[in-house]
Design a protein. Structure first.
Length: 167
């Protein structure tokens, strides 16, 4: 094989590698545990002071759970989602990949009747880093959250997991 032909093959292989996209469905990408990476308020301004820590879980069979804990300085924070600096809810979800919409159907929440029974539509997208970005579909809410994988491979059965499977 001549040097030109070898060079062309190398360039083609590199182009193929760079053009490969994650072929998994959005539902498959969503499944698993996510750690809160960033939260932004109105105008997309990042929340750096008083930011919570959190975890979001989506299961293959359509269940979800989210928990956020705000620092002690935000302990008195309460609203539709948060009670005394803590947010927790669970339920089921629907995903519409065509419209990039997730809807959380809240079955339980630490804020009880302020959230239980509500359907919470969310717009979602996966960025180039594989992070999950979520923002509300309601026009009166102005926030967004970015979640990143916890490091646990959701395709490894619990009984077969080793310490190397967890980052």
């Amino acid at each position: 094989m001549g040097p030109i032909r070898a060079g062309v093959l190398i360039v083609l292989a590199a182009l193929c590698a760079f053009s490969q996209k994650d072929s998994r469905s959005d539902h498959e990408k969503l499944i698993g545990a996510w750690r809160l990476a960033a939260i932004a308020g109105p105008g997309g301004k990042p929340v750096t002071s008083g930011a919570p820590v959190g975890m979001l879980i989506y299961t293959r069979d359509g269940h979800m759970s989210v928990q956020l804990m705000y620092p002690k300085s935000q302990q008195s924070l309460s609203n539709e989602y948060v009670e005394n600096g803590y947010e927790a809810s669970f339920g089921s979800y629907d995903l519409n990949a065509a419209t990039h919409t997730l809807t959380h159907h809240v079955q339980g929440s630490n804020t009880r009747d302020r959230l239980v029974g509500k359907d919470l539509p969310r717009h979602y997208q996966f960025n180039a880093k594989g992070q999950l970005m979520i923002r509300p579909a309601r026009p009166d809410e102005h926030w967004s959250v970015t979640w990143e994988r916890t490091g646990m491979n959701p395709n490894i059965p619990r009984s077969a997991r080793t310490p190397e499977d967890i980052r």
